[in-house]
Design a protein around this ligand. Structure first.
Ligand code: UDP
Length: 313
């Protein structure tokens, strides 16, 4: 049985990875300090014989005596609201957390996967974004703490690969959504779905002409697993290329949920990227992966989950 350490394992993507790897027959060690992760996301796994949870901040070193085969570094403040509230912790987990988890992987000669992000492309001047694009990031802006932590993390991963010949992977994850997103993390999917559930207007920032491309969590976990087992060391984009404006996205949510809510326009946050769409040619060719869940289907499943799990007031 292979053992996988998943940092940020009580978060949105991390907890789905815990489920996924347990189902595939791995032993899972979930590490999370619960700064934004939630115990409830993994409470159904607590009695699983192959699951262990460790409350630990990976910005400080971590050691395991048992053999570790894979290290998946997903710990981070990931929503703009969260990383702007905790910019120093965000920089530390991207820098020190990546260093500590790479050290862990090196000690065990484990395969390492970094959860990087489309934010490394910043407010992109190339569209859609291929992995060869170096990005357009404001290092001192309000998003700099997240973007630069992930850019540094990528550089560190490549340095460990080149210097120590560690088997490393870098996933550049684009906007992903699904059950267990934190209802109050400010991201557009939970924000709009909670506004529908509470009968409030949908708050579109700016004129809503900025674009995003949304990938369902089930598609993403499969892509991550394929990348982990691949022999690629350079970054690979994982996301759904189905691009839409945020205004179109709000209208789609109103249509799918048959909500009578209106749309209101609010101020656009600073440095909000104007366009974002993954070029997934590399993932298709290299991993034989592309997303298959239509946004309508994924949103309906997510809406059902929010209705069942979120307080309506
Ligand atoms: N957004 C919005 N209304 C909201 C929350 C977000 O219009 O209530 C917009 C936000 O300005 C951005 C997009 O939706 O253009 C996606 O935002 P999110 O915070 O989900 O993640 P990002 O892709 O910016 O990291």
């Amino acid at each position: 049985m292979k053992t996988v350490v998943i940092t940020g394992g009580a978060g949105f993507i991390g907890s789905h990875l815990c489920d996924y790897f347990l189902e595939k027959g791995y032993r899972v060690i979930c590490v999370d300090n619960l700064i934004t992760g939630k115990e409830v996301n993994i409470s159904h796994l607590k009695k699983h014989p192959h699951f262990t949870y460790l409350n630990h901040d990976v910005s400080t070193p971590l050691h395991f005596d048992e053999r570790i085969d894979y290290v998946l570094h997903f710990a981070s403040l990931a929503s703009p609201k969260a990383y702007q509230l905790y910019p120093i912790q965000t920089l530390k987990v991207g820098a020190l957390g990546t260093h500590n988890t790479l050290g862990l992987a090196k000690k065990h000669q484990a395969t390492y996967l970094l959860a990087s992000t489309s934010e490394v492309y910043g407010d992109p001047l190339v569209h859609p974004q291929p992995e060869t694009y170096w990005g357009n990031v404001n290092p001192i802006g309000v998003r700099g703490c997240y973007d630069e932590s992930k850019r540094f993390a990528e550089a560190l991963v490549m340095a460990y690969h080149r210097t120590h010949h560690l088997d490393t992977k870098i996933a550049r994850i684009f906007n992903t959504y699904g059950p267990r997103m934190a209802i109050d993390d400010g991201r557009v999917v939970p924000a709009f779905l909670m506004q529908v559930i509470r009968g409030k207007p949908l708050t579109v920032y700016g004129d809503g002409s900025q674009t995003r491309s949304f990938c369902y969590i089930k598609d993403l976990t499969e892509g991550l697993h394929k990348l982990l087992l691949s022999s690629e060391h350079e970054p690979v984009n994982l996301g759904n290329p189905a691009e839409m404006t945020i205004k179109q996205f709000a209208e789609k949510i109103l249509a799918i949920t048959q909500s009578p809510s209106k749309i209101v326009f609010e101020e656009l946050p600073l440095d909000d990227p104007k366009i974002r769409q993954p070029d997934i040619t590399k993932a298709i060719k290299l991993l034989g992966w592309k997303p298959s869940v239509p946004v309508e289907e994924g949103l309906m499943e997510t809406y059902d989950w929010f209705r069942a799990h979120a307080p309506s007031r």
